[in-house]
Design a protein around this ligand. Structure first.
Ligand code: SF4
Length: 236
């Protein structure tokens, strides 16, 4: 689907009673312009890519290479690329900003304070995301309500005021973890190897770890911070 905007932002579509495929169709139909899907190559995102190939195969997939991703994430990205024959639109941080950050504060400044962590996420994730979303009318994401307290009120369709009021579609908003895995296994989808190692959430290598049985699904992200702080600025 074209990345060019026609200057209009569509209204919120009614997704009451729709399943994930129906939500995708409604979101794409309401777009009135370019649509793209953001992927971290978690199991949710691969499920969503599979659904997109079935109902809206022209929607492009983008990903942000923060420079700190795990090898397993690149591997599953390549498996997805091979399986579906799609291009992934990778976005990188501005190199001068990363160079300055590392010269000034070293390689692990994000562990020193919440302010430093937000600075690193802003440089490595938020700025490239803003470029990825430029010109879009709709972005599609693999968020689910049960993933964290910060996502408990997630709606399948929201207006993303942090990104110019474009529509943000979460077709898996009300899916359980069990549903996600059942779909992935039924369709033999490529799985990020980190999930098999106990990572429920996929992110940057130094800020993501495996969790213990019974721990919150987001417990492995920025585990040194309070739960209400556990977003990186991509989803506000
Ligand atoms: S998740 Fe960690 S390494 Fe990645 S951008 Fe945020 S602070 Fe930096």
């Amino acid at each position: 689907m074209s990345r060019k905007s026609d200057g209009k932002v569509g209204p919120l579509p009614d997704t009451e009673g729709l399943d994930a495929q129906g939500i995708i169709r409604a979101g794409v139909a309401a777009a009135g312009g370019a649509v793209s899907m953001a992927s971290s190559f978690s199991v949710e995102d691969v499920v969503l890519i599979d659904l997109l190939q079935k109902v809206a195969p022209r929607v492009r997939v983008f990903a942000i290479d923060t420079g700190r991703l795990n090898e397993e994430t690149y591997q599953v990205a390549e498996s997805v690329r091979d399986r579906y024959g799609i291009e992934v639109d990778w976005y990188f941080p501005e190199c001068q900003a990363v160079e300055q950050l590392e010269r000034d504060k070293g390689m692990f400044s994000f562990r020193q304070s919440l302010e430093n962590r937000h600075e690193c996420c802003r440089i490595r994730k938020v700025e490239p995301l803003n470029r990825a979303l430029a010109g879009l009318k709709v972005w599609i994401v693999g968020l689910r309500r049960e993933q964290s307290v910060t996502r408990a009120h997630l709606q399948p369709v929201e207006r993303d005021e942090a990104h110019g009021g474009i529509l943000k579609i979460s077709p898996l908003a009300d899916w359980s973890e069990r549903q996600v895995w059942a779909y992935a296994e039924k369709h033999a989808l490529p799985i990020n190897g980190l999930h098999r190692m106990g990572y429920p959430s996929i992110g940057c290598a130094p800020c993501t770890r495996a969790i213990e049985p019974g721990e919150d699904l987001r417990a492995g992200r920025w585990w040194w911070e309070n739960p209400e702080h556990k977003e990186c600025g991509l989803h506000r």
